[in-house]
Design a protein around this ligand. Structure first.
Ligand code: FAD
Length: 422
């Protein structure tokens, strides 16, 4: 292919990460053939670069790929530890390696063209989209599905981050309960502005991912994450002498009410985090990405345009904006907010709400379980700020900062996948 000979395709995927990997597998699963596909990404994703935790019904195509799943999860605060039975749902852990491998196999079966270069300019004339790539190629596509990371269209009223570090811990004797995951453990010291919690995802009685997570405006330092995780390990009563850190996982996910336009032009569809699949109040993304991948594949298999439904209903985005505001301005405390949600609703309802698939009646029940006065104050503040935003020039959104990654050879041995004792 040269500058004078563009590659003509039906579908160009810009970005080949989580969302695109689920989409490639869904296209293959739905028997989409005879579609000319290009995948443009400067990086070929493979191996373990993230662990997805999500809930849903068992019995999907993901089941054979799971590292573990749990019918019971624990939500803990300083006041109590609650064990939730998720039936008919289950909480599950999926490591990225099998997801990328399955996508690579699907890509081969779909006979897709892989371009290992960044997509640079995207020009949509309403009938075709021209994509210029960093290595000088041009792709001409009937449709573009764009999951390249990007900041939202403008700054949100609240801009938080979900940021975390996890250790894959191997113990020299049985210390974990593989029958039960810890979903959220709010016994961690709470930041001045924000919410923190730990969680535990055991794959056996000796091996588990133990993470420290914050929902807050700013990242910690490398030493700050290590100290917080060590503190959580101690809170769990785990003896560091009998543990080895096998891998370290770091991440930053946007949590904001800023808009992520899913259809920037007629033939460009954004999906994944770039298209608004990240739930503003929790950072959870996987279920929406999976749902949208399935919708796009079904549409293409039926000869329709590859446009998924919005990741979340508008009323959920409003409720998230209010909740984020109440948490940020100190109207409600994070542990109290989540504790009340799980205390006053069946676990299944809360989890389906967080996935954006509850009915309005269920949402009223969810709203009624929060502290009403601070939520009403936050709703009023949100409404007032929406009006002010309309009157002043649009503020650009800050980019999501990269995760803080410890130096594997430096003061914090073990980061980046090396082995160490805690
Ligand atoms: C460590 C980590 C753990 C997470 N765990 C969970 C979880 O447990 N549950 C959950 O629900 N969510 C989780 N998330 C959030 C979310 O599910 C993931 O970020 C998910 O990978 C998002 O998929 P995506 O395709 O939108 O973005 P990505 O997977 O980041 O893919 C974006 C792709 O775009 C490519 N790209 C960048 N620039 C260009 C360019 N110019 N041209 C072409 N391609 C480009 C990148 O190389 C990348 O491959 C996690 C995120 C991280 C970082």
């Amino acid at each position: 292919m040269t500058d004078s000979a563009p590659l003509d395709v039906d579908l160009a995927l810009l970005g080949g990460g989580g969302a695109a990997s689920l989409l490639l597998a869904a296209l293959d699963r739905h028997g989409v053939r005879d579609l000319r596909i290009a995948v443009v990404d400067p990086v070929r994703r493979r191996g373990q670069d993230r662990t997805w935790a999500f809930w849903g019904h068992p019995g999907t195509d993901l089941d054979p790929l799971l590292s573990a799943s749990w019918q019971q999860v624990e939500v803990a605060t300083t006041a109590r530890r609650r064990v939730l039975d998720l039936t008919p749902l289950r909480y599950a852990m999926l490591r990225s390696g099998p997801v990328y491998d399955r996508a690579a196999a699907a890509e081969r079966r779909l006979d897709a063209t892989r371009i290992v270069a960044p997509a640079e300019t995207v020009t949509d004339d309403g009938t075709r989209v021209r994509v210029r790539t960093g290595d000088g190629q041009t792709v001409r596509a009937a449709w573009v599905l764009d999951s390249r990371p990007r900041p939202p269209a403008r700054a949100g009223r609240t801009t938080w981050l979900q940021h975390f570090r996890g250790w894959w811990l191997e113990a020299d004797r049985p210390v974990f309960d593989p029958a039960r995951a810890v979903l959220m453990d709010f016994r961690t010291p709470q930041p001045r502005r924000g919410v923190s919690f730990g969680y535990v995802l055991p794959v056996s009685d000796r091996y588990a991912l133990v993470e420290y997570t914050e929902f807050s405006p700013d990242l910690l330092t490398d030493a700050g994450y290590d100290a917080a995780l060590a503190g959580y390990r101690d809170l769990l009563g785990l003896d560091p002498a009998g543990l080895r850190v096998r891998e370290v996982e770091n991440g930053v996910i946007p949590m904001t009410d800023a808009p992520f336009p899913a259809r920037p032009s007629p033939r460009v569809v954004r999906f994944g985090t770039a298209g608004g699949a990240t739930r503003p109040s929790t950072g959870f993304t996987f279920s929406a990405m999976y749902r949208q991948a399935d919708q796009v594949a079904r549409a293409l298999a039926a000869g329709r345009a590859p446009v998924p439904e919005p990741a979340y209903p508008r009323r959920h985005l409003w409720m998230d904006a209010v909740a984020l505001r109440a948490l940020d301005r100190g109207g409600v405390g994070g542990p109290d907010f989540f504790d009340r949600l799980f205390d006053r609703n069946p676990a299944e309802r809360v989890l389906r709400f967080l996935d954006g698939v509850t009915t309005p009646a269920e949402e009223v029940a969810i709203m009624n379980s929060t502290r009403l006065l601070p939520m009403i104050a936050a709703s009023a503040g949100d409404a007032a700020q929406r009006v002010r935003d309309r009157l002043r020039p649009t503020r650009p959104a800050p980019a999501v900062p990269p995760a803080v990654v410890g130096d594997p050879l430096g003061a914090e041995p073990g980061a980046g996948g090396a082995t160490r004792r805690t």
